[in-house]
Design a protein around this ligand. Structure first.
Ligand code: COA
Length: 689
């Protein structure tokens, strides 16, 4: 993993730990031994360190987090490097992040290849730099710039790093060649070296106070960024004292549940790519067709255009097409405003990449068609039958349905193997999640094409099976009922929103309802009324709100009243709630924020367990990814199934049994959870393999 090469009085140390040269224990041992060996060799006058493969060290080995610390630590390696008598220069390339950057800062001179990215991503993983980064970075860049880098986790290019003083030079060539020439320059005196730890830091109390205040306002519930400020504050002390302060703060962060949640979220983003179809080559993807110019269809078209695809949008008449095109134009203009697209590119897309039509036959030569019309099985079947007759052989036929049976849609064609669900989340050009719904006959290369599309669109694809609502909406329609039950039993909608926002959800469920429009769920309740089981507890409050014509934000009121300033709880809704409680003979009681969260999360986890039992999701971590990237679930909690493990299956089973005393129909123990409580296993166990 770490090898030594000698060339006269120059020695090279190469790190080779694919794929990203993470600084695992073996690398730490190897580096320490290499430096000690070479430093005690009188024939070696200069040492140059570089990384093999696509990047210099991309950071700590995140897989070691949460395990017992394994010496030597990165901080020890940095100390060994900095204290070496022989000058050590480093050549950075690729992504030199976290522990990789800390190793570089401990070296006596730093060269970065063109295109190198550097940064301290630690706070995104719930920790702070623990290899002296909070002490050495301020010695090079000044306290303010170091605080900014460390607390925001931003990744910067070599040019900016040079300007900040974080690196000494930018060069081009292979890492090994540049290492040799940098070492040669040290020998001739052309490249001056120094010990960063020996430099002083100018105190900057204003920068510390400003950053602390900013974080208090923007990230009051995050643990590690505040600790990072404390660590940087210690950088004006002598190095050894500052390092000791950093170490103590680092260990506090490592022990925090937020670290576990954030690291889980990091791996969730990557784990979802591991599907049975991995390795199957996807079909060619050059041109895309979209059917339906409503919010979803326009959003999907925008996403595809932004990713560089030519798109043909089909609608049933000219007026709908014009509306669709206008929405796309608005979306693209928004992208220009946010700096995601240049005005020139926008003009080019509108002039040549986007075409519109009212004739499905015009889609015939596209490689993949995404149907995004309204949720009506009859209409969808008709569209798929037409697609079957017009589309070129081998085209992928996708539906963006949110809950309809894709097997039934596929059966309307003579090529069900080509049919798949691609369930986007609104706004489709912004939200990162894409559920790739695999129907009974979908072929492996069509699944692989769904994943390839997601990658091109910059989205996170999660493989799901067919059921009502797939992974996300299926679980959501279950736990959403808990909100209604809690309201009926005495918790106000705003208390519920507050409790769940306190837990970390981006927005409470009643605010979300108001934002999405209460009429949507109302229509679905009316549709399902005939088949609703008699045992199911039904809460009529939401229906009464809709009957009054209050659909949420778009009609000025819903659970909240919207006007100037913050939305206010709607007193008319409070009156409806009180009337319904009286009618049902319910004496409202108090619910603590903790009980609200517990009930809500227990319902989410229970339905998640059922989704796993039925094989709708491959692994618990896939469910976590759906909620992290599609539903605003807090990253610090890792996702609902990761959170479930922090409670434990036996405690969850006991909770459900307790709630079931009030409502045995809703609160049932899923078989999987019961089995887990019995054998002591966890959802994490089911993520392996
Ligand atoms: N420790 C352990 N594994 C890591 C890792 C790390 N620091 N960084 C990446 N990996 C793994 C990924 O999990 C992935 O594994 P998989 O192939 O089994 O899924 C593999 O390395 C490749 O990573 P990926 O992110 O898919 O590659 P990329 O080329 O798109 O991006 C990086 C490379 C380095 C930019 C990106 O992986 C990254 O940002 N890593 C995190 C860096 C970090 O936070 N370091 C500081 C830790 S304190």
């Amino acid at each position: 993993m770490v090898t030594i090469e000698r060339a006269g009085n120059i020695a090279l140390i190469a790190v080779n730990n694919p794929p990203v040269n993470a600084i695992s224990q073996a690398v730490r041992i190897g580096l320490t031994e290499a430096v000690e060996t070479l430093d005690s060799d009188p024939a070696v006058e200069v040492i140059a360190l570089y990384g093999m493969g696509r990047t210099f060290i991309a950071g700590a080995d995140i897989r070691e987090f949460g395990k017992p610390p394994a010496p030597p630590f990165t901080i020890d390696v940095c100390d060994t490097i900095e204290q070496a008598k022989t000058p050590i220069v480093v050549v950075m390339h690729g992504s030199t992040l976290g522990g990789g950057l800390e190793i570089a800062l401990a070296c006596h001179g730093r060269v970065a290849l063109e295109g190198t990215i550097v940064g301290f991503p630690e706070v995104t993983l719930g920790i702070i730099p623990g290899g002296g980064g909070t002490q050495r970075a301020p010695r090079l860049t000044g306290l303010r710039a170091a605080l900014d880098l460390i607390t925001t986790a931003k990744r910067i290019g070599a040019d900016e790093a040079l300007k900040l003083g974080l690196i000494d030079e930018i060069a081009s060539g292979t890492p090994r060649d540049v290492a040799l020439s940098a070492a040669g320059a040290v020998l001739t005196g052309a490249f001056a070296t120094r010990r960063v730890g020996a430099l002083d830091v100018t105190p900057d109390p204003e920068a510390l106070a400003e950053t602390a205040a900013k974080l208090k306002a923007s990230a009051p519930n995050l643990f590690s960024p505040h600790k990072a400020v404390e660590a940087v504050r210690a950088s004006t002390l002598p190095l050894a004292e500052g390092i000791a302060a950093e170490r103590a703060l680092y260990l506090e962060c490592q022990a925090s549940p937020q670290r576990a949640g954030l690291v889980h979220a990091f791996f969730a983003e990557r784990a979802v790519e591991k599907i049975p179809e991995k390795g199957t080559p996807p079909r060619a993807l050059e041109a895309i067709g979209v059917i339906g110019g409503g919010t979803m269809g326009s959003g999907i078209t925008t996403a595809a255009l932004l990713a560089g695809f030519p798109v043909i949008l089909a609608e049933r008449d000219e007026a709908s097409l014009a509306r669709g095109r206008a929405t796309i134009e608005k979306n693209l203009a928004g992208a220009v405003k946010r700096g995601k697209l240049t005005a020139a590119k926008e003009a080019e897309i509108l002039a040549s990449a986007l075409r519109i039509t009212t004739d499905l036959a015009d889609l015939a030569d596209t490689d993949l068609v995404i149907e995004a019309v309204f949720e009506d099985m009859g209409v969808k079947k008709e569209i798929f039958a037409t697609l079957d007759s017009v589309m070129k052989p081998g085209a992928v036929l996708a539906t963006n349905t949110s809950y309809l049976d894709i097997d039934e849609i596929a059966a309307a064609t003579t090529r069900p193997g080509d049919v798949i669900g691609l369930h986007f989340f609104s706004p489709a050009h912004v939200m990162r999640l894409l559920e790739v719904v695999v129907a009974r006959e979908t072929t492996a290369d069509v699944v692989a094409t769904g994943f390839a599309l997601a990658k091109r669109l910059g989205k996170i694809a999660v493989r799901a099976g067919v059921c009502d609502g797939f992974i996300g909406n299926r679980i959501m329609s279950h736990y959403r009922k808990v909100g209604d039950y809690l309201v009926m039993d005495g918790a106000s909608p705003e208390a519920i929103d507050r409790a769940l926002e306190g837990f970390g959800l981006a927005m409470g469920p009643f605010k979300v309802g108001d934002l999405a429009g209460l009429d949507i769920a109302w229509a679905s309740r009316k549709r399902l009324a005939a088949t609703r089981p008699a045992e199911e507890r039904y809460i009529p409050i939401a229906d009464r709100i809709c009957e009054a014509g209050w659909f949420g934000r778009k009609s000025g009121q819903g659970y909240y009243v919207y006007g100037e300033g913050d939305p206010k709880p709607n007193p008319a809704v409070a009156k409806i709630i009180a009337e319904e409680q009286a009618k049902a003979g319910i004496a409202p009681r108090n619910f603590s924020a903790e009980e609200i969260v517990d009930r809500y999360m227990t319902a989410m986890i229970s339905e998640g367990a059922r989704v796993l039992e039925e094989g709708i999701a491959l692994r618990p971590i896939d469910i976590d990814a759906v909620f992290l990237f599609g539903y605003g679930f807090p990253r610090t909690r890792g996702g609902p199934m990761h959170y479930a493990d922090t409670i434990g299956a036996d405690a969850l089973v006991a909770r459900i049994a307790h709630y079931a005393k009030e409502d045995p129909y809703f609160w049932k123990v899923p078989a999987l959870l019961a089995a887990m409580a019995k054998d002591g296993s966890t959802f994490a166990d089911r993520n392996e393999g």
